[in-house]
Design a protein around this ligand. Structure first.
Ligand SMILES: [Zn+2]
Length: 115
């Protein structure tokens, strides 16, 4: 439990707004699909100072009872939320640099179907 001070903790989700993705890695379990917890829920369940590594060890699957101690539970900050945030930041930067019309064109380009 003596994680380096720089290790990411569950409480970081409150800062970034990213949700927590949790899933069971026990093949054949009904909970292998990712479940997302809102940052507040993740903190309430796991504690703000718990590292992601510790969260993966602590969690137990409610369906098959597989435990993270056996490396059976996955938990990470939402990848979708992460990339969504990156894209919003990039768009804001682009808008500041080239103006709102250019940013709208880029937004339309990014929302093309099939991307
Ligand atoms: Zn399971």
């Amino acid at each position: 439990m003596n994680a380096p001070p720089s290790a990411p903790v569950i409480g970081d989700l409150l800062v970034t707004g990213d949700r927590l993705e949790v899933w069971c890695q026990n093949l054949g379990c009904s909970r292998t699909e990712i479940t997302v917890w809102m940052p507040e829920e993740a903190v309430a369940r796991l504690g703000a100072h718990t590292t992601f590594a510790d969260a993966r060890r602590i969690l137990v699957c409610p369906a098959c009872k597989a435990a993270g101690r056996q490396k059976m539970i996955g938990a990470r900050a939402s990848v979708l939320d992460y990339y969504g945030r990156q894209e919003r930041e990039r768009l804001a930067q682009y808008e500041a640099q080239y103006g709102p019309e250019a940013a709208d064109l880029l937004k339309a380009h990014l929302r093309r179907p099939g991307r």
